[in-house]
Design a protein around this ligand. Structure first.
Ligand SMILES: O=C(O)C(=O)Cc1ccccc1
Length: 316
């Protein structure tokens, strides 16, 4: 197996990938962005890519939501949850008082702003392709080192310091939210085997808002509500075609092999024919989906059998 991930080694995305069984022994290909990772999957250069989809502080990762919603189809085959802890690092011998500019990935910056305002007010932010990329540029001899890149410190995972103990740690645990968690997805091509139903599953969908009219969103939501399907995330994103044209990126509790989810998909496809199925896969937190009796597989089977019997009656 070959896996692409947002590199270099030491990123949170790599930590998510290393949690996949077999990934440590597999070939891991570090890439510079989410779109590059997904393009490598689509081109068949790798079997799958690990990318962030949601963080507990900022919500959906728009680069990922957009890249999986458009272009050729992809399939999510699993998810991973990674607690994120941030450290501030600098070149050997540096001190906090010397820091004027800080570099990191934009998601990390968003999660340490409170700490920065308190401890380094006025520090300038230099965006980096990843947390680890920013930190590695501070190492003595790095090609685009701090002089070339123009920053004094970086926000990264403590894993980078384990790998490069020569970095100076200026501060630890600088995240504004101690319990911050990022959710990642492993994305493959659409012919990847469908993960088995476990009873604690998630299904991800892309639903273009089909018609610009009153009640269109309600009609979509009704498909889930009447079948007892819970939504755990819903986000609207512009399609990029016209101002005002949107799609919804949705996670629902359950698997396409759950009768209520399958029935909701049938309804959804009728009211919104360009609905895209991105996959059903086990939840990383193993939280069982609570299902009321009238929405159970058994209730659907009984009701379908009843209708089939009615239809089986001798025609006039
Ligand atoms: O830059 C990284 O290390 C990433 O994997 C992206 C990221 C950044 C901050 C929080 C979660 C993921």
């Amino acid at each position: 197996m070959r896996y692409a991930y947002l590199g270099p080694a030491g990123t949170f995305t790599e930590a998510a990938l290393l949690g996949v069984e077999g990934a440590r022994e597999a070939e891991r290909v570090p890439v510079s962005s989410v779109p590059v990772a997904l393009a490598a999957v689509r081109a068949g250069e790798v079997d799958a890519a690990m990318v962030p989809i949601e963080n507990s502080v900022e919500g959906g990762v728009t680069a990922t939501l957009d890249a999986v919603a458009t272009g050729s189809e992809l399939r999510i085959v699993r998810e991973a949850l990674v607690p994120v802890r941030f450290v501030l690092v600098a070149p050997p011998g540096a001190a906090l008082a010397d820091v004027r500019t800080v570099s990191t990935h934009s998601h990390a910056w968003a999660q340490v702003r409170g700490w920065m305002d308190r401890h380094l007010p006025g520090a300038d932010y230099v965006p980096a392709s990843s947390t680890a990329a920013a930190a590695l540029a501070l190492l003595p001899g790095a090609q685009d080192g701090p002089r070339a890149a123009g920053f004094d410190a970086a926000v990264c995972s403590p894993v980078v310091v384990e790998q490069h103990p020569e970095l100076t740690v200026l501060a630890e645990d600088i995240g504004d939210n101690r319990g911050a968690v990022t959710r990642f997805i492993l994305v493959a091509r659409p012919d990847a085997p469908l993960p088995r139903r476990t009873g604690a599953d998630r299904t991800t969908l892309v639903i273009p808002l089909w018609e610009d009219r009153a009640g269109a969103l309600l009609e979509i939501l009704e498909q889930f509500a009447t079948r007892g399907v819970n939504l755990s995330r819903i986000e609207s994103r512009p399609t990029g075609n016209y101002l005002g044209e949107y799609f919804f990126s949705v996670d629902v509790d359950g698997h396409v092999h759950d009768a209520r989810v399958a029935d909701a998909l049938v309804g959804l496809r009728r009211v919104c024919p360009s609905t895209r199925f991105l996959g059903s896969y086990p939840r990383a937190d193993h939280k069982d989906t609570g299902v009321a009796g009238q929405h159970s597989d058994g209730a659907f089977r009984e009701a379908q059998a009843w209708v089939a019997a009615l239809q089986g009656q001798r025609p006039a």
